[in-house]
Design a protein. Structure first.
Length: 307
């Protein structure tokens, strides 16, 4: 039996609970891992709230929270290629196993070995934030010297997008609350505090001729405020708001395969996708870790150290 943090039904934080569960048995195309570190993402509370159907793998309640993890392979299911027992790996729990737990199952096609020199803590931040940054900027395909607006730059994904954009020699402007300014400006982002100034006016002051691309991580009214700032609406990429085509923009095209994970890991080794990890919680403190992300009060990336 191992401890896990999850939820007994769909809802808010009140449905969350600790519980013990036997080690999951890896099914076809899955690996069982001992979890060393789990990443915490806004997606986690959206899954708990029932807003992202299809990510539970048909598993019964209680379900384990969390989508990304790094750890060690303990067992393999059938039809698993390229991963062996004892391998240090990182990846995504896309079949509903969850990652806020001592052990879990990951989807083998969405899992990769951790390369030498990369820590499990850093690796655990890459399956969501790292691959999102790669996918968004690949989809935009902007040349060096272009200008990009990262709407919601202060979180783990936003800072990853900004770092990769700067490495591609793009000029980066980012929006966020005052608490996010320090980390954004530290990596070279020109920052707009949406709590203190009119975002559209401030953006036009910095980039009078319109932006070559926009990556939106906020959605809703905020997306509708920044979308007209793009030179071409087709260069507005939304990560969470699927209504973006109504504005002429595009929803992000995600690639969660092993190749993209390995690519993100190489970028992390090179220091390009080095995450800003602002909090490391033990599994016993998982409620506080998720609450910080859910409330939008964190800068950078939050992780849970399980092992």
């Amino acid at each position: 039996m191992g401890q896990a943090w999850g939820f007994g039904r769909y809802g808010g934080p009140e449905v969350q609970e600790f519980f013990d569960r036997p080690d999951p048995v890896p099914g076809r195309g899955e690996v069982l891992i001992r979890v060393d570190v789990a990443g915490v993402n806004p997606l986690d509370h959206l899954v708990r709230s029932g807003l992202v159907p299809g990510l539970d793998g048909g598993r019964p309640f209680p379900r384990v929270l969390g989508m990304e993890a790094a750890g060690t392979v303990l067992a393999r299911g059938e039809d698993v290629d390229g991963l062996e027992v004892g391998d240090a790996v990182f990846g995504l729990a896309l079949t509903g196993g969850g990652t806020y737990a001592e052990t879990t199952v990951l989807s083998a096609p969405n899992t990769a070995r951790i390369p030498a020199g990369l820590s499990a803590t850093v690796a655990a931040t890459l399956p969501v934030a790292g691959t999102t940054a790669v996918d968004a900027l690949d989809q935009l395909g902007l040349p060096a010297g272009a200008t990009i607006l990262v709407n919601g730059v202060g979180g783990g994904v936003g800072l990853a997008v900004a770092r990769l954009a700067l490495a591609r020699e793009l000029s980066v402007i980012g929006t966020g609350s005052a608490a996010k300014r320090q980390h954004a400006e530290a990596i070279g982002v020109r920052f707009i505090d949406y709590t203190a100034e009119d975002v559209a006016a401030a953006a036009r002051k910095l980039v009078p001729d319109a932006f070559d691309g926009i990556v939106d991580l906020v959605g809703g009214t905020s997306l509708r405020t920044v979308a007209p700032l793009a030179r071409d609406p087709r260069t507005v990429i939304a990560v969470g708001d699927m209504s973006v085509p109504d504005l002429g923009g595009r929803f992000i095209e995600r690639r969660l395969d092993r190749e993209n994970l390995e690519r993100s890991a190489r970028l992390a080794l090179d220091g390009i996708l080095a995450p800003v990890i602002t909090a490391v919680h033990p599994l016993s403190d998982a409620p506080a870790a998720l609450a910080t992300v859910e409330n939008g009060h964190t800068s950078g990336k939050v992780v849970i150290k399980v092992a």
